[in-house]
Write a protein that binds this ligand. Structure first.
Ligand code: 6PG
Length: 229
């Protein structure tokens, strides 16, 4: 199960999570001379990134990986790689190595082999994974409405291409297996709607209904939840 850290202000939640992540990265750097951090896209991590990018860390030895990617060019406003390049890998973190997931292929599925090979070059267990979640219980790009969500949740492959409904931007996501292969797993979410969704997901039930259950109901690595209204 998970331990829930509730904060009065979103900035406080972000600062607390940044401190935990930086400690984990520094531990990895001193132990192995390198560290890997997986982070979400979306709006919630903005204050977290603002804390991380000011931190005095040897970022040149840190690899940053988005938990998922929208299948748009990396110059597109929707791109998570662009988001990380513009809001995390700057300032003190400008030298971090950003391992993007987007490839210039018509579909995410066409890039699965190449992206999987890139992810396989990472350590089997990364140092820290930070995830967001939606009020529908998705995390990364593991959405309950994806037609192949069951297969996406069960695979041991490092990345998956959820089949989104027509009209939705195609996406590629790190798989649950990859997201759980970490020394530190955190979920950052704000607002009552997400707290209610988290509470529902914390009850037993199928992960296909709430994919975030895949990181809540697991014994591989303790989950820390950072929440503020
Ligand atoms: O690419 C993404 O958008 C994220 O990886 C996704 O899983 C995000 O964390 C949630 O959708 C929450 O998004 P917000 O933080 O914007 O609410």
């Amino acid at each position: 199960m998970a331990d829930l850290h509730a904060f009065g202000r979103r900035e406080d939640a972000a600062e607390a999570l940044a401190e935990a992540v930086l400690h984990r990265l520094a531990t990895g750097l001193s132990a192995r001379g390198a560290a890997t951090l997986v982070v979400p896209g979306g709006t919630s991590p903005a204050a977290l990134f603002a804390c991380l990018r000011c931190a005095d860390l040897d970022w040149s030895r840190v690899t940053v990986v988005p938990s998922d990617e929208r299948w748009v060019p990396v110059t597109d406003p929707e791109s998570n790689e662009r988001l990380l390049r513009e809001t995390l890998c700057i300032d003190a973190a400008a030298d971090a190595r950003l391992l993007g997931l987007y490839r210039d292929t018509p579909t995410p599925r066409a890039a699965l082999g190449e992206v999987a090979a890139a992810l396989d070059a990472l350590p089997i267990v990364v140092d820290a994974v930070v995830l967001g979640m939606g009020a529908d219980g998705h995390t990364a790009s593991l959405f309950p409405d994806a037609r192949n969500i069951a297969a996406c949740l069960e695979t041991s492959a490092p990345c998956v291409a959820p089949q989104r409904p027509p009209g939705e931007t195609p996406r590629l996501s790190l798989s649950l297996a990859r997201l759980r292969a970490t020394k530190s797993l955190s979920l950052l979410c704000f607002g009552e709607d997400k707290r209610a969704a988290y509470t529902r997901a914390a009850e037993p039930g199928p992960s296909t209904q709430y994919p975030v259950r895949g990181v809540i109901h697991q014994s591989r690595v303790p989950l820390s939840v950072y929440w503020a209204d």
